[in-house]
Design a protein around this ligand. Structure first.
Ligand code: C2E
Ligand code: CA
Ligand code: CA
Length: 691
């Protein structure tokens, strides 16, 4: 299936889902990065703070040292000892001058930049836990990762024990004070007199730090988590909504079943993906012929209820796993059916139609089914081209199925038509006719032929019927059977009727003026035309334009026209008669009997349909019907014309029955106007021709 519908479906199917999922994944990755960065920076901040505190202690001790030295330096060692820290004072050349506690300075050391001080501080590793630094004298980075290798980790009970022993920070409960991580190192600071004070420091993490970190981490995670949850909910809501939209997209409101869109999109997908490509499928358009009529006579609600019930019957008669059915536009259903041989498929469809026709117990419904066979993969088509399911366009095939069903339009009851090349040819021809009709009319490609009507008793010319022919420069001589039905459908027939009346009126006037013995010529007026309320006036004006006497023009109405608006019909016939035109009923006896119309319509002429005289039609019984029809016409004061009479004994029989005129090949075929002029000149049928 190509085109906008599929595009729209794909849009709905994928709209926003991927975008939302991608956004979600990006946000999730970003959130993890943010949480990690936050944790690292927070830890680094804490480390920085702790080292700064240690450095401040050392600076304070340096200050005490300088102060004591300025006062003589006798109490320096005592003052510094108060801090409780291990320290050493060394001279510029490295000689230890005095100190306190164990001097466990390690081998490695370097310079550390703190955020709160502009200069770098000199730190040295403790020999118990050497700092991982690139080499003595280089810059040291105290960050979370660099100290990981260097810290000593205690279990919480060990940590509490240590806290008991050392009791660094008074006033805090032991659990909070307990160190969980411990990194000893030394800070060296220069004094005012050029000596160096090296103090043992500690980078420690206790439970309080962990709590602080944990809480901030939790707050941060919660915040980001809420954003992620909102996003996730949004995505889920989007997916649910999309599913609902797809359901609406594929659901038929009348039958609550699947709609056409579903069948075309899913059906095409299914047929293309099918593994067993040798199985035959049929795409069927099933048209409920009486739907509109039913709605007009009852109500749309009742009509829709019938459609609902029909869908139920169709669904129950299709294999849900392997076949598909849907309700299309108003009266259409579509099916995809599996089958092996066409006759079995036709029987199956026939059975389905029989079931559907009695959906409502008070009615018998008709259906027209159009079938397109979806050939197995690799089948060689009539055009010699291999058919591949991959290139299947189900929408196009469905149009073909509908076209096949349309060929049954106008036929009685239900029917099944398979789409074939003839239908394609017919459609192409319809297109050609549509395309050329106007120019053909303007270029006078339509020609009037005349078929004389003779009195069977005297062989005298009594009248003629004007019959159209199309002399096309492209398509040659085209008989009316090939284009009149098309014009009747597309409405162009009314223009043709005008054209014929004008040409006949013009010819008659011309012949009258030329001194011919003119007889009435009948012109066919289509049923569609009879809907116009001023038809009689139109005809009168057209004839008057040429000044043709009205009694030289007769109007033929086909029998089926009599089923339309009876009142309007009687009115128009009455007016035509009052203007002096004779009116005849064409094709009497074909299709439905129109005895009723005879009763109501004040007609002048009854034309017996050619069907009465075809072959051995009816034999003796047929003759009785014809004789009675002639008698009936006579008692209604109507003249009779027998059409399609080809053989002598029919002529004799009709003459005996008192038939007024015969229009048939026995006397003459429809002929161009110059030949008809000859007939008028002769007046009678030439004796030499009578067999
Ligand atoms: P129709 O009005 O029933 O015209 C009579 C048809 O029977 C004509 O066919 C005529 O050629 C044919 N016919 C007459 N006698 C015989 C016979 O002895 N044997 C056989 N086999 N056929 C005979 P045609 O001219 O092909 O017209 C077919 C139909 O096309 C007409 O049937 C009429 O319904 C329609 N048509 C023709 N011309 C016009 C027109 O100008 N306007 C309209 N509206 N319809 C027209
Ligand atoms: Ca006719
Ligand atoms: Ca006829």
């Amino acid at each position: 299936m190509a085109g906008k519908k599929e595009k729209r479906f794909r849009e709905i199917k994928r709209s926003h889902a991927w975008v939302s999922i991608i956004v979600f994944v990006i946000v999730m990755i970003a959130a993890n990065i943010v949480i990690a960065l936050f944790a690292i920076s927070f830890m680094n901040y804490i480390i920085d703070q702790k080292v700064t505190d240690e450095f401040n202690t050392v600076r304070y001790m340096t200050m005490l040292y300088d102060d004591s030295q300025s006062r003589g330096g006798n109490d320096t060692a005592d003052i510094l000892a108060v801090s409780g820290r291990s320290y050493r004072v060394t001279s510029a050349d490295g000689t230890v001058l005095f100190g306190n506690g164990e001097y466990t300075v390690g081998e490695q050391g370097g310079y550390l930049q703190l955020s709160r001080f502009s200069g770098k501080i000199h730190i040295i590793a403790d020999e118990s836990l050497p700092l991982t630094v690139p080499g003595y004298g280089k810059d040291v980075y105290f960050n979370l990762f660099s100290i990981m290798n260097d810290v000593r980790v205690f279990t919480s009970s060990e940590a509490v024990d240590r806290a008991d022993e050392e009791d660094y920070v008074s006033g805090l409960p032991d659990e909070d004070n307990a160190e969980l991580l411990h990194l000893p190192f030394w800070i060296m600071n220069e004094t005012a007199d050029g000596s160096f004070l090296t103090v043992k420091s500690h980078l420690t993490f206790n439970m309080r730090d962990i709590w602080l970190l944990g809480i901030s981490f939790a707050v941060m995670t919660l915040f980001i988590g809420i954003i992620l949850v909102i996003l996730l909910v949004n995505i889920i809501v989007g997916i649910v909504r999309r599913r609902r939209t797809l359901n609406v997209f594929f659901t038929d409101v009348v039958t609550k079943g699947h709609n056409m869109m579903w069948l075309l999109i899913k059906g095409e997908e299914k047929l293309k993906k099918l593994r067993n490509l040798s199985v035959k499928y049929a795409l069927v358009n099933l048209d409920f012929v009486n739907y509109r009529n039913f709605c007009v006579c009852h109500s749309v609600e009742e009509g829709e209820q019938v459609l609902f019930n029909m869908y139920g019957i169709i669904a129950a008669n299709t294999d849900r796993k392997r076949e598909m059915c849907a309700h299309g536009g108003s009266s259409d259903f579509a099916l995809i059916m599996r089958f092996n041989d066409e006759q079995a498929l036709e029987r199956r469809l026939q059975t389905l139609i029989e079931k559907l026709s009695v959906t409502d117990p008070d009615h018998v419904f008709s259906f027209h089914a159009g079938v397109v066979v979806i050939e197995p993969d690799g089948t060689v088509g009539k055009d010699g081209v291999q058919i591949h399911r991959r290139s299947l366009d189900l929408e196009r095939e469905y149009i073909n199925a509908c076209t096949a069903a349309e060929t049954l339009d106008g036929t009685e009851g239900s029917g099944i038509a398979f789409f074939d090349s003839k239908i394609v040819e017919d459609q192409k021809w319809i297109d050609v006719v549509h395309e050329h009709q106007r120019t053909a009319l303007e270029n006078e490609e339509f020609i009037v032929y005349y078929q004389p009507k003779y009195d069977p008793k005297t062989d005298e010319l009594r009248g003629a019927e004007a019959l159209i022919r199309w002399q096309s420069p492209e398509y040659g001589f085209v008989s009316p059977g090939r284009f009149i039905p098309i014009f009747e459908k597309n409405g162009f027939i009314t223009e043709i009727d005008h054209y014929m009346i004008q040409h006949v009126a013009r010819d008659q006037k011309m012949w009258l003026d030329a001194g011919y013995h003119c007889v009435p010529v009948s012109v066919n007026v289509s049923r569609a035309h009879f809907i116009e309320s001023d038809l009689a006036e139109q005809i009168r004006d057209m004839v008057d334009r040429y000044g043709t006497p009205h009694d030289l023009i007769e109007i033929e109405l086909t029998e089926s026209a009599f089923f339309d608006d009876k009142k309007a019909m009687i009115n128009t016939i009455g007016k035509l008669k009052s203007y002096g035109f004779a009116v005849s009923m064409d094709d009497f006896g074909s299709g439905y009997s129109s005895l009723n119309s005879l009763k109501d319509m004040p007609l002048d002429v009854l034309k017996l349909d050619a069907e009465f005289f075809r072959g051995e039609n009816g034999g003796e019984r047929g003759e009785i019907v014809v004789a009675e029809a002639i008698r009936l016409a006579k008692s209604l004061n109507m003249r009779t014309v027998a059409e399609g009479v080809e053989v002598r004994n029919q002529v004799d029989f009709l003459a005996d029955q008192g038939c007024d005129m015969i229009q048939g090949y026995f006397y003459a075929k429809p002929m161009p106007s110059n030949e008809y002029e000859e007939r008028m000149r002769a007046g009678r049928r030439p004796k030499s021709e009578i067999v």
